[in-house]
Design a protein around this ligand. Sequence first.
Ligand code: ADP
Ligand code: MG
Length: 358
Amino acid sequence: EATTDNPQIRALDDATIRQIAAGEVVERPASVVKELVENSLDADASRVSVAVENGGKDGIRVRDDGKGMTESNLERAVEKHTTSKIRDISDLDAGVGTLGFRGEALHTVGAVSRLTVRSKPRNGGAGGASGTAGAGAELTVEGGDSGELRPAGCPAGTTVEVDDLFFNTPARKKFLKTDPTEFDHVNTVVTQYALANPDVAISLEHNGREVFATEGNGDLPSAVLSVYGREVAEAMVHVDFEATGPGPVQSVSGVVSHPETTRAGREYLSTFVNDRYVTAATLREGVLDAYGGQLAPDRYPFAVLFVEVEPDAVDVNVHPRKMEVRFDDESSAKRAVTDAVEEALLDHGLVRSSAPRG
Ligand code: ADP
Ligand code: MG
């Protein structure tokens, strides 16, 4: 009774499995940049420099002055599911203090590019030797094949270079957009980390030209100035709000722009929940509602907001690699953000109080 057109089930070969899995972590240059910057921040860097060529399609380099890696850790770092950040699931349940923990990024990036990692531990050379420049090591992975470890002259910290992204997955390469669009995504990612970490000097370069560089002095307005420029920085007012009502939000702090300092087309709303960059329609609408009718059509304000939430009241894992979150009480979360922004704007006489709410 078996039909003759019943398709054959067959096992995929390792290379195919690797490339499909890679596609879930690495969608475009900006996803590579995100993973590498997170690794630098997890390594306790005080300086992170990102440089990309042609939107990141022709080259991505992330350099940090973080804790670096020994030679043996460098070799292990590019293998599959290797991490120094958790040991087992109990560490996850206890809450991880790092941005990464899946141990996938370097391995998957190496599967779909030519990846070079150069590193020297902060305390002494990669071989455990002197600690002078020159004691570092370097490893290249091409389309999943690891080369030999080589000695490399480099300062303490880590430099990761990713060339020819998707050279061995042409179908995926074809889906990349124009260089300016891909660069826009890269810029958005690096901007979020720069705003979220004013204590780290973060810079971005495109085709050899500096796009921005923060001071790393711990001051949010200073980071906003570096990233968005003087006109925007001077139009920002402080948000500093402790929630008293019911709902998941405990406090909201940061800066938002004067209702007249807006941009068309693109949104510059950065929201962080418990210090993690997230996108949530709830938070976005909460911010926009605070401006009421003060915004010209299709114009958006600038906002950098840190929302503290009871950890149990938010699900950050709607999608493990995307940045969406959901609150157990969406409408209270939205209201808290609106109240916070409205209070800040009102303090500066920038919006009229909306109709009383019941
Ligand atoms: P994860 O970040 O989830 O642990 P990755 O594949 O991104 O996985 O990195 C694997 C490991 O390599 C990390 O756990 C870390 O020990 C090391 N590593 C990666 N990037 C850096 C870096 N910039 N500085 C120091 N160590 C790094
Ligand atoms: Mg990582």
